[in-house]
Design a protein around this ligand. Structure first.
Ligand code: SF4
Length: 281
């Protein structure tokens, strides 16, 4: 299927990333996918959303990428795991979308955020889009699990004003159980961002019984507090809004009986980060 045909079927804009999207890039050949990944001429996006006030400072235009190498037990967007679920979007088209909103984003002291999925699965596309945004004078933010941070050169990091970095757990074994991958690359990326003086907003998803261990959180807080570049910490309470996607995709979901954290638990975790001198919410 041609890209135009695919785009006829799906709008680039979504009301939210909670819209289920599957197989939108299935018509793109393997070679075309490989070429896109190597050059960044084309990316695979779940959607663009506008008006976000939580994905960086000010009002944001957010491009949600498809493709993630983690398999978080609590992921609320499992349709973004596979790149072919995304809409193939040329770099030219994505830049047009940016240009459309550039004035408004600047007026509202906002910017452009690349989220996912995991944006660095498409690192060349990400870098070229960030470069385009910077050329338009737009603030840029990368929302990432950090695992592929080494794909960006130091020079490329300069195009990213802010990194929204997820640290899921400190304990390597627990991290592996939660995500399927090692935690070390994420921590290495955080250290590198600190060394290069790039701002971080740390994000921590709080799941009762899975990521609420006080000692584990204390270690993350101590690490984050020692970095010197963490501007804020957002404790994100687990919720069940992604449950329907797991069901639709026929994926085994193990958190069906898990309740969102209590107010007291959220407060405890926020206090743990604050105790290390961090601004936490
Ligand atoms: S890193 Fe994000 S997108 Fe990837 S599986 Fe985890 S929660 Fe989902």
């Amino acid at each position: 299927m041609s890209e135009e045909k695919v785009l006829e079927q799906a709008s680039l804009e979504a009301n939210s990333p909670f819209e289920l999207r599957v197989n939108l890039g299935a018509g793109v050949s393997e070679n075309a996918v490989k070429a896109a990944l190597a050059t960044g001429d084309m990316g695979f996006l779940h959607s663009f959303t506008t008006g976000s006030a939580v994905d960086g400072p000010g009002v944001r235009l957010v491009a949600w990428t498809a493709g993630c190498q983690f398999r978080c037990l609590y992921c609320h967007n499992p349709d973004t795991w596979n790149m072919v679920n995304g809409i193939p979007v040329t770099l030219v088209r994505a830049k047009e979308e940016l240009a459309k909103y550039s004035h408004g984003l600047k007026v509202m002291s906002g910017g452009f955020t690349l989220s996912g999925g995991e944006p660095l699965m498409q690192d060349r596309f990400a870098v070229r889009l960030f470069s385009a945004a910077k050329a338009m004078g737009i603030h840029t933010a990368l929302d990432t699990n950090g695992f592929l941070g080494e794909r960006l050169t130091d020079e490329e990091l300069e195009k990213v004003d802010l990194v929204l970095l997820d640290i899921k757990s400190w304990d390597p074994e627990r991290h592996r159980q939660l995500t399927g991958k090692d935690v070390r690359p994420t921590l290495d990326f955080a250290r590198r961002l600190a060394a290069r003086n790039r701002s971080i907003w740390l994000r921590f998803v709080l799941v009762p019984g899975f990521s609420d261990d006080a000692n584990d959180i204390a270690q993350i807080a101590k690490f984050a507090g020692g970095l010197g570049n963490v501007e804020r910490v957002d404790v994100l309470p687990f919720h069940q809004m992604g449950l329907f996607k797991w069901k639709e995709l026929k994926l085994e979901y193990t958190l069906e009986n898990v309740e969102p954290p209590t107010h007291e638990l959220v407060e405890r975790v926020v206090a743990q980060f604050s105790a290390e001198g961090l601004t936490a919410y």
